[in-house]
Design a protein around this ligand. Structure first.
Ligand SMILES: Cc1cc2nc3c(=O)[nH]c(=O)nc-3n(C[C@H](O)[C@H](O)[C@H](O)COP(=O)(O)OP(=O)(O)OC[C@H]3O[C@@H](n4cnc5c(N)ncnc54)[C@H](O)[C@@H]3O)c2cc1C
Ligand code: FES
Length: 284
């Protein structure tokens, strides 16, 4: 149910190491669920940067004169993200979305823990609000290398039952990693589900901790993408199905949110030899 629209830049502002880009996106906002992403065309009509860039949807506002707006949080990585943060008010941007499978919300009012690494906190805001509306307890853990690379701690504090911060260098919160504090926070609330977004090694560790406590984990992965719509197979990773068989699933259409205990984290980037349809002897 994705649509392609030409949005307009409404605002772009700094937030620590990141930029928050607000865009009009009529037709996209009303379809958006927490965990969805958009792809943006880069460089304008004459651009040589042919691949669209994938970015998580941070917030949406459905009403108002603009007929739907969305926010994304951008960490400048290379030429594409630099082009995005150089936009000015009223510049046009080509948007496709909402894309991917969003987070699955629990049917009952259970305790949840949300874990965000760096700009990985961006999709957790809408999620936290919707979990609270369902009566769920929402404990949030945010982590980053430094204070500058945390996003949205103040805003998340308003909606979370508790907020715990970790930084690698100890510049804010507890020194260390999100996974250092996760076990105790899960145990204190008897958490049934952990929702996570951040770098792959963090997601791997988060899902192992959740599984060790008989909890579900829902992880939004950031696998490199090209088409973003299920055609090119750039974004595949090995995932074990309910039948116990490993398949290479596309993170743009079957993800980006996966059950953490189903992803073969140690084999990401490879085609394990026991994958359905794998070449004999495995592949890379
Ligand atoms: C589902 C999803 C959600 C994302 N959400 C965010 C977000 O909220 N904020 C944010 O800042 N970034 C996010 N990213 C990462 C973002 O897509 C890359 O940083 C961006 O594409 C880099 O483009 P570039 O031209 O600046 O860098 P370059 O390195 O020049 O990019 C070259 C190519 O590599 C690919 N690529 C490079 N790094 C990544 C990466 N880490 N992940 C995926 N593809 C990559 C790009 O598709 C691009 O085509 C997300 C990625 C995915 C897949
Ligand atoms: S990015 Fe092309 S199939 Fe996922």
């Amino acid at each position: 149910m994705a649509v392609q629209v030409t949005g307009q830049v409404l605002d772009i502002r700094r937030a620590g190491s990141y930029h928050v880009l607000s865009l009009t996106a009529p037709g996209i906002t009303e379809l958006t669920r927490p965990g969805h992403f958009v792809t943006l065309g880069i460089g304008g009509e004459e651009s040589s940067m042919l691949l669209r860039r994938a970015l998580a949807i941070h917030q949406v506002q459905s009403r108002g004169v603009y007929g739907g707006t969305l926010d994304i949080v951008i960490g400048v990585h290379g030429k594409g993200t630099q082009w995005l943060v150089d936009r000015r008010r009223h510049d046009p941007i080509d948007i496709v979305g909402p894309l991917g499978r969003p987070y699955v919300l629990p049917k009952e009012a259970v305790s949840t823990v949300l874990v965000g690494g760096g700009y990985g906190s961006a999709p957790l805001f809408m999620l936290a609000e919707q979990l609270r509306e369902r009566g769920c307890r929402v404990d949030v853990i945010l982590g980053a290398a430094t204070e500058e690379r945390l996003y949205g701690a103040l805003e998340l504090k308003r909606v979370a039952s508790t907020l715990t911060i970790t930084t690698d260098d100890g510049s804010l919160g507890q020194r260390g990693r999100v996974t250092d504090v996760l076990p105790a926070i899960m145990d204190a609330s008897d958490a049934a589900v952990v929702y996570a977004c951040g770098p792959m090694p963090m997601l791997q560790r988060v899902s192992a901790i959740a599984t060790s406590r008989q909890a579900y984990s829902q992880c939004a992965v950031e696998e490199a993408m090209a088409c973003g719509v299920g055609v090119c197979m750039t974004c595949v990773l090995p995932v074990i199905g309910e039948d116990g068989v490993t398949r290479m699933l596309r993170s743009c259409t079957e993800g980006p949110v996966f059950r953490g205990d189903r992803v073969r984290w140690a084999d990401v980037g490879t085609v394990p030899s026991d994958t359905l349809g794998a070449p004999v002897g495995g592949g890379h």
